[in-house]
Design a protein around this ligand. Structure first.
Ligand code: ADP
Ligand code: MG
Length: 710
């Protein structure tokens, strides 16, 4: 029997009735199998006896002591028993709330083995949380104060319980209940349990068998054994996780055949020849990776990641050209209308030499316009459609949609992406992200997606200089901005909120627009935030892009994709309130031209530890990959931008044993093992079919039966 096959009802176990079984579901335990896999939070070291002083210092411990006195005190109207014990190092009080009966169980002179959480309180060592056991036949009648310390060590050593697991609990479930139930489940299951990891893997990774691991998890004889057990369970968990991912990906590939036609016109070459710059080595490399996918007999699912300004758009457009050459339609979906306009604009500039016909589809087009665009798309008179999620609304029919680009993919939900894939023939999908995905997440949540990475920035870019300023020192900051404007450059000033919510003295777009417009005069200042009507926002952005507006006061709507190379300074006020990824994205609005650019993070004290960490990381690094790893470290995987939904869908937080931050090396090992396992399976399958063929040939040659040819 393998672990997943272990069924059996919880109520079969001692101490577990209907009520407790229900309580256990709150811990995610619905079957005996779950109980076996319920990981202890930690272990109590009851493997050795310590002195009372050591136990108090350490917070807990197993002590060997003699009862020297009974005492009591009042709490409210309740009389509380205090049993004073003593060992060679000190005396201590067992405070027996509601347990006065212990006076009879543990009389003066009784020799006890006590496990407890001890602390120094009210000038003595105390414990109210303890379990005590009287050691029969070893009482000291003369347990008077002043005895020699070493007397206490003459008693014969009692059998010690070793390392005792401490489990996460829920209401109605105590440690003893869980310990008893789990012990019974182990006794019942372990003898019949088969391993769920291939033997060669276990050997190669030096991992214990499953029964040894479960034993080591719940009843370790040393902490090393417990750690070995944990490692094995982590490995198995990640191995099976990766195996599922890989199998799903394989199945998807096999299920969907994607016929590829030959080019019917020339688009890539003329576009390339007319480019105003030479693509970087990285751009060429990832383009090759994408085009290779586009020749495979199954649909592409690829993520193109590269830091802000690394030139992903160009790569995506060139790849789209290759599809257009084959007579397919391409679509470019972006999260905001602002960005859609901008992309349509640069696409028409880059792609004109290839005679690419482009349509812009936005949510707020008039029905007349929309209708015209829809007709052209359906008729195949459009090669590239650029737009927001309106691209995939019901009433838009494509003619031969073969290539879909999703920019800033983390801005879209998994759902939106899937909706797209559910539409008829499956196009090649290229997702783009400027928020690099830490390797650990890439290997999990994106397990069945290929990843291409641009690390190199186009030549001539200078690293952005980042400065920190406390609120109160912003005079110099605004003066600095003025100087840049005087030089003919442009600036962004970013705020966390549109209005002051009143909760704290927050600098908001509204408030600062009033304050800064006169201060920055005569330079023209525009305001953008999400509550402005779309058209007004577009107008302001256009005026900024054309240089008519010198500065933009905005919320983080300018975070994604906006490309104005003449803007060389961005001031982010209340930087402490933004996440790392957002700060990095915002900073990427500058440094897009050849001028030296600056990012000034203005923060308000007091800073939380996390906020201080974020500002430190951003100050010290401009490497998006490093920042993403740090973000993961500070926040944990569930809070990563755009990951919430992905994470939930992939069951990624539900790991029982693995912690993605700590167990990354195991994840990599498991993925590699899965790759080898699947290759092995494929080879065996190939061998078998070869054998079949050989058998068949032999049989038809000699007319022998199959048995004889073996
Ligand atoms: P991303 O989307 O990766 O943030 P973009 O595609 O917006 O970056 O590119 C940033 C800017 O760099 C754009 O103005 C683009 O035209 C320009 N660019 C792209 N590739 C190159 C290159 N190889 N050399 C010079 N400039 C480039
Ligand atoms: Mg971009």
């Amino acid at each position: 029997m393998k672990l997943p096959e272990v069924t059996g009802s919880l109520t079969d176990l001692p101490g577990i009735g209907q009520r407790r079984a229900e309580a256990l579901t709150r811990l995610g335990i619905t079957a005996i199998r779950d109980l076996l896999l319920h990981p202890p939070r930690r272990y109590e070291d009851r493997s050795r006896v310590v002195t009372l002083v050591e136990a108090a210092r350490h917070g807990e411990g197993l002590v060997d002591a003699v009862v020297v006195q009974h005492d009591s005190f009042f709490r409210g109207r309740e009389r509380v028993l205090k049993i004073v014990i003593r060992d060679g190092s000190s005396t201590a009080a067992l405070v027996c709330f509601g347990r006065s009966f212990l006076a009879r169980t543990f009389p003066v002179g009784a020799h006890l083995l006590v496990w407890g959480q001890f602390s120094f309180r009210h000038g003595e060592i105390q414990t109210a949380t303890f379990e005590a056991e009287r050691l029969p036949g070893t009482d000291r009648s003369g347990a008077a104060p002043g005895r020699a310390a070493d007397d206490y060590h003459r008693t014969p050593a009692p059998p010690l319980p070793g390392f005792v697991p401490v489990y996460p609990l829920t209401e109605g479930i105590t440690q003893p209940i869980l310990r008893t139930a789990i012990a019974a489940a182990l006794d019942r299951t372990l003898p019949e349990l088969e391993d769920d990891l291939p033997k060669h893997l276990r050997r190669a990774e030096n991992l214990p068998r499953i029964d040894e691991a479960l034993q080591g998890l719940h009843r370790p004889t040393s902490l090393e054994e417990a750690e070995r057990a944990r490692r094995r369970l982590v490995y198995a968990e990640l191995f099976h996780f990766q195996l599922d991912l890989a199998r799903t990906a394989l199945a998807r590939r096999r299920a969907r055949h994607r016929p590829r036609s030959e080019p019917t016109r020339s688009v890539v070459e003329p576009v390339r020849r007319a480019l105003p710059f030479t693509p970087t080595g990285d751009q060429e490399r990832v383009l090759k990776e994408i085009l290779a996918d586009c020749h495979a007999p199954w649909p592409m699912a690829r993520l193109l990641q590269g830091d802000v300004g690394s030139g992903k758009t160009l790569v995506a457009l060139l790849a789209a050209c290759a599809a257009i050459e084959r007579g397919e339609q391409a679509a470019l979906m972006v999260p905001t209308e602002l960005l859609a306009r901008q992309h349509a604009h640069s696409a028409s500039r880059f792609l004109a030499p290839g005679d690419v016909r482009i349509a812009l589809v936005l949510g707020n087009l008039t029905t007349g316009q929309k209708h015209a665009a829809a007709e052209a798309i359906a008729a195949g008179d459009v090669d590239l459609v650029v737009g927001t999620h309106a691209l995939f609304s019901e009433d838009l029919e494509y003619n031969n949609l073969g290539f879909v680009i999703i920019d800033e993919q983390h801005r879209f939900g998994v759902r939106q992406r899937e909706l797209l894939l559910e539409r008829g023939t499956v196009p090649d999908v290229l997702m783009m992200s400027a928020t690099p995905i830490p390797r650990s997440l890439a290997l999990t949540a994106f397990g069945d997606t290929e990843i291409s990475t641009i690390r190199e920035l186009p030549p001539g870019r200078r690293p952005i200089k980042t400065h920190l300023a406390r609120i109160g020192n912003e005079e110099r900051v605004y003066e600095f901005v003025r100087q840049r404007l005087a030089e003919g450059r442009q600036a962004y000033l970013v705020y966390p909120a549109i209005e002051d919510g009143g909760a704290r003295d927050l600098r908001s777009v509204q408030k600062m627009a009033d304050e800064l417009q006169p201060r920055l005069a005569p330079y023209q200042v525009g305001v953008v935030h999400s509550r402005l009507p779309e058209e007004e926002r577009a107008t302001v952005m256009d005026r900024f892009a054309s240089g008519e507006l010198a500065a933009l006061i905005a919320t983080s709507v300018v975070e994604v994709g906006v490309d104005v190379p003449n803007a060389t300074v961005i001031v982010i006020e209340h930087a402490e309130l933004f996440g790392l990824a957002a700060l990095h994205q915002l900073r990427g609005r500058v440094g897009r031209g050849e001028q030296q650019s600056f990012c000034i993070l203005v923060y308000q004290e007091p800073l939380t530890d996390d906020a201080r960490e974020r500002l430190r990381v951003l100050y010290q690094s401009t490497d998006g990959f490093h920042i993403a790893e740090e973000d993961l470290r500070i926040r944990g995987p569930g809070d990563m931008p755009g990951m919430q939904e992905t994470v939930r869908q992939s069951g990624f937080l539900d790991f029982r044993f693995a912690d993605i931050r700590r167990d990354m090396p195991v994840m990599i090992a498991a993925r590699e093992a899965v790759r080898r396992t699947l290759e092995g399976e494929a080879e065996r399958a190939a061998d078998e079919s070869d054998e079949d063929r050989n058998r068949h040939r032999a049989r038809s040659r000699s007319g022998n039966t199959q048995e004889e040819t073996r």
